[in-house]
Every structure is written in C-alpha cells, then in structure tokens.
Design a protein around this ligand. Structure first.
Ligand code: ATP
Ligand code: MG
Ligand code: MG
Length: 545
C-alpha cells in the first residue's frame, strides 16, 4: 500500500534512518477516549501504521486520557476494536495516565529550574492577560514566586488543598513571544473528577501541550505525527521535551486533516446526537464513525483505499462523500455475491403455470467470479416483482419494465406477459395476472421476440420477508443552520420486501449486491434474532436507471 506511495513524512523518515538519527521508526496513534473514532481518524491511524510498517518499525496505540471528565471505558474499548478492525495491531497499548507520576516529577524539575510557577489568577484573568498577535501579554503578579514557594504550592495542589480553578501551574517562558502558545502556557490544572484509570489518585492533571510531548518521549516515539492545528504548538512541544531533560527526543510533524463535505466529525457534536437519541448510538449507519460506516457495510479495504487514494498533504483537505462511496462500490463490485431482493413487492400470478409446481435454476452468485459459487433460484406460479417495475400503461417506447399487454424477461427464467390487474378499493394495483411462454426459457437460445426489458423477482412461497434500511445524508446541506437544526430527521427510510430463499440465515455483515438495487449489508439484530435486516451500503452507480 503505502510502500509505493511517497509523501513528505516518508521522506523525513528515510533521511533520519540514512543519517543515523534513528535506527528504527516508532509512531503512535493517540486518540483521546472521549468518543468513537471517525473517518478522519482513519487518516491518522493509516498514516501512522503504514509509515512505520514501511520501514519495519512499529506503532503504539496510546489513549490520551489526560482529561478525566470526558473520558470513558466504553470509548477505550471501541477505539481498540476499530483500530484492529481496520487491520492494524498496535505493538503496545498504553494509557497516558500511566505516566502521570513521571509527568508530575518532571514538572517538579521544571519548578526547580525556575521554569514553572504556580499562578493564582483565574482562568479568565490568565486568558485576558495573554495579549494578542499585536499586543504582548502581561506577566502574572505570581510569576516571580520562589522555587520553594512554588514547590510547596504545587505539592499542595496535588494534595487537594485548593479548589478546582484556584491555582494552576504555568511554564515560565515568554509573555511577549510572537507565538501565543509560548506565553506561559498552563501545564497543570486542578480537577477532582474521577479518572477511569487512576481513579481519585490525582488532583492535578497535565494539559495536552505538556503531557503529549512527554508521552511521546517516554515511549521513544521517533516521529510524532499530528494534525495541522498543532503546528503552532511545535515550539512548545520541543521546549517541554528539552527542559524536562527527556533522554529520547521525538519530532513532531504535522499533516492536513481530512474532512468530508457536509459531514461534521467533531466528537462533541456526534456525542450530542447520541445523547439526544437522534441516532441509534455511535454506530448508527448515518454516523461518520468507523463503527457506523462498518454497520452500514463499508469495508475496511475500501476505507483504506480511500485514505491512501486521497493522499497525505500538509494542508487540510475536504473531499466529497461520493468519492468515499465510489471506493466502497469498487471494492464490493469485485467481491460481493449478487442476489435478488424485491423491495416494495407486487404480487404476480402466472395464470398458465401449474399450481404447486416449483422449478429451480442454478445460477452463479457472480457472473465474473465463479469462486463465489452458485445457488438455486426458484420459480413458480406465484412470484413477487418490484412495485416500481410495473405500470398499467407503457409510458413510452424506452420503458424497460412490465406493463399491460407487454412482455419482460425475468432474469434466468422466462418471458412473462402482463394481461390483467387486480386492484384494491382505492384503485391501487395489488396483483398482476400474467402468462409465461415456456419457449423463452433462459439459455434456450430463443430469439423470436424481444422483451421490453429484464427484471428480477423472487418466488413467493420460498421468499424470506426482509427489511431494508436506506440512509441519506445525516445533515441538511444548509450550513447556515445551527448544528442541532442541521440534523436531518428524514435521513433514514425503512422499506419492506423479500429476499431469495438462498439467503437463509445470512450471517451478520455479509454483503450482497441486490441486482438492480444496490449493495446491502446484513445487519443481524441480536435482540430479535433477525437475520433479515439489510442496510443499504451504496446504491449502484448514480447514473443507473
Ligand atoms: P475531534 O475534534 O473529532 O474530537 P480530535 O483531534 O480531538 O478529534 P483525537 O482523539 O485527539 O481527536 O485524535 C487522535 C488523532 O487523530 C490526533 O492525532 C488527531 O490529529 C487525528 N485526527 C483527528 N481527526 C482527524 C482528521 N479529520 N483528519 C486527520 N487526522 C485526524
Ligand atoms: Mg478532541
Ligand atoms: Mg485531540
């Protein structure tokens, strides 16, 4: 995969190996366990794992769990699950919180070097005195506390002597720096929240900009890849590693974030949808989460091909969801079995076919892929076709479906001709009476007449009732709406129908191309023991009619 692909990060790694700076490449994927992974994370995962792999190195999975109030065990489990599902096995799995002790000790070192101080200002005061691009910040009145006083106050912060927000530990760097991140950034804050890993042991928690470089340095990460918004943080990253005197020095390299148009990936927003019950959990097939895409039926192969296909660059990029869809379609086209499903059925009775007789026709699952095997499809006097495949009156010459007085070919079997309709009291057609012509048997070489088109069907007595879920964009196109208003309540449609008998006990996540309908993923509902719910993965090519 990526071995053949060149990118700016790979070039840096090659050089670092060539000139002996490193003898192995070690990367990490560092999600914060505050939500499920989404398609944007796939870029970070694939980039980290594939690059390390290309050089025979390795990648850690590290939970960046330094913010106790937002994190949860459920997220930890889902993240590992999704990374493995994508096909990647981390060399080791770590929790940033396992390094709290070492981080704390390094903070004490900073205090002793006169490079960190306890500030009593409120968060608001700190932010107000930071200045802006043109105005230097104002130094805190607590900036010049003695090392002894700072040590005592910091230890007291950890003992729980002060309330949340009462004091923070700040780096003493440069309040006039042109880089805002260097204006005495906060290193530690007080929090009494319960931590999923360290419980109530810690009362002070490191901020991202302090914790992250230390996590990387502790693990011996050689190249710390992160998204573009951290570019301005790099001087601080380097400062932390240097001033805490970490023996191994990682290098931060930024890459552009992947966005998908009309798709919001922010975990905060996705969590809101879950918490409000607007979607059926984090893995709702409309969600851009990896577990949602998986439940919808997207394959890991398609997701990987898509990520590699979009390339890696230094700028953020946004691609159309159609592009992702086309990778999914290409992947499934080459390996999904093909079968018949009749969605929104219409009963057809073949009046000249004997009652009680059933014929079976052996048909491959995929014309071009004999290795997928074959199945026997049934035909009898009673069949279902799609409602959409019948009109009483043929609208024009180009019409390729069934209409009164005209003939269509039923895939793999016979021509049928519609003669009469049965209507309900509202005038809706509920049954078509047709005749078949035995001479037109598929494969017989019959060519005396041309039918109007070829349609699919399922035999009625053997058909299995099934549910089909269709998904539209989860968000309305109108970006001027507030996110909450943008949720499209009509983004899921449920339809009923039948599948052919050969799909009996379809396993969960089995994927089919339902002929003339699209690609579908079997979603086995454990609660109801129902094998016959199918999520539409992607329609056939949009131009298809
Ligand atoms: P969100 O804003 O959705 O909460 P995040 O960046 O806060 O995302 P993290 O859990 O911190 O989520 O992400 C782990 C890694 O994945 C980080 O290195 C981050 O840069 C990367 N990442 C997240 N979203 C994207 C994206 N859309 N494109 C590329 N990389 C991403
Ligand atoms: Mg985040
Ligand atoms: Mg983040």
């Amino acid at each position: 995969m990526m071995e053949n692909q060149s990118n700016f990060i790979k070039t840096i790694m090659e050089e670092d190996l060539k000139n002996g700076k490193h003898d192995t490449i070690i990367t990490r994927f560092p999600p914060e366990p505050n939500g499920y992974l989404h398609i944007g994370h796939a870029r970070a995962i694939i980039t980290n794992f594939e690059l390390a792999k290309a050089f025979g190195g390795y990648t850690n999975l590290r939970y960046d769990d330094t913010n106790p109030s937002k994190e949860d065990e459920e997220y930890v489990r889902s993240i590992e699950n999704d990374v493995r599902w994508l096909g990647y096995n981390p060399k080791a799995i770590y929790f940033a919180s396992d390094y709290f002790e070492e981080m704390f000790n390094r903070a004490i070192l900073l205090i002793k070097k006169g490079l960190a101080y306890v500030d009593d200002q409120t968060a608001e005061e700190i932010s107000k005195t930071r200045g802006d691009v043109v105005t230097p910040g104002i130094e805190s009145p607590y900036r010049n506390r003695s090392v002894e006083e700072n040590l005592e106050l910091f230890l007291n912060m950890q003992k729980g002597v002060y309330a949340e927000g009462e004091k923070v530990l700040r780096a003493k760097i440069d309040m006039a720096s042109t880089n805002m991140n260097m204006r005495d950034p906060v290193l530690y804050r007080i929090s009494f929240a319960y931590h999923h890993n360290t419980q109530d042991r810690w009362k002070v928690y490191p901020m991202y900009d302090y914790a992250h470089p230390l996590e990387d340095a502790i693990e011996g990460i050689t190249h710390s890849l992160c998204s573009l918004e951290f570019e301005d943080h790099r001087p601080l990253y380097d400062w932390v590693v240097r001033e805490t005197e970490m023996p191994l020095v990682p290098r931060q390299i930024e890459f552009g974030r992947l966005g998908i148009s009309n798709t919001v990936m922010s975990k905060r927003f996705l969590k809101y949808l879950v918490d409000e019950g607007l979607v059926d959990g984090w893995d709702d097939p409309r969600m851009p989460t990896l577990s949602g895409l998986r439940r919808k039926g997207y394959t890991k192969e398609a997701i990987r091909a898509f990520i590699l296909g979009t390339g890696l660059s230094k700028v953020n990029s946004e691609v159309d969801p159609d592009m992702l869809e086309s990778f999914v379609r290409d992947d499934l086209n080459n390996r999904a079995k093909r079968a018949f499903a009749v969605i929104e059925p219409l009963k057809v009775t073949i009046t000249n076919y004997p009652e009680g007789k059933i014929e079976y026709f052996e048909v491959p699952y995929h014309q071009d892929l004999p290795e997928l095997g074959s199945r026997k499809i049934a035909f009898s006097k009673h069949i279902y076709i799609e409602n959409e495949d019948f009109l009483e009156e043929k609208p024009d010459k180009k019409y390729k479906r069934l209409s009164l007085g005209n003939e269509v070919r039923l895939f793999h079997t016979y021509f049928i001709k519609a003669n009469e309709v049965v209507k309900d009291s509202t005038g809706k057609v509920i049954e078509v009476l047709a005749t078949y012509d035995v001479a037109t048997l598929s494969g017989s070489g019959f060519n005396e007449r041309k039918p109007d088109g070829t349609i699919h069907f399922v035999e009625a007595s053997t058909a299995i009732p099934a549910t089909f879920n269709f998904f539209g964009p989860m968000l309305k196109d109108d970006t001027s709406l507030e996110l909450k208003e943008r949720f499209n309540k009509d983004s899921m449609t449920i339809k009923k129908g039948y599948i052919e008998q050969t799909l009996l006990n379809t396993p969960n996540e089995e994927k089919y191309q339902f002929i003339r309908n699209g690609f579908f993923n079997c979603f086995y509902d454990k609660k109801t023991n129902n094998h016959y719910i199918f999520n539409e993965i992607v329609p056939l090519k949009r131009s298809y009619k």
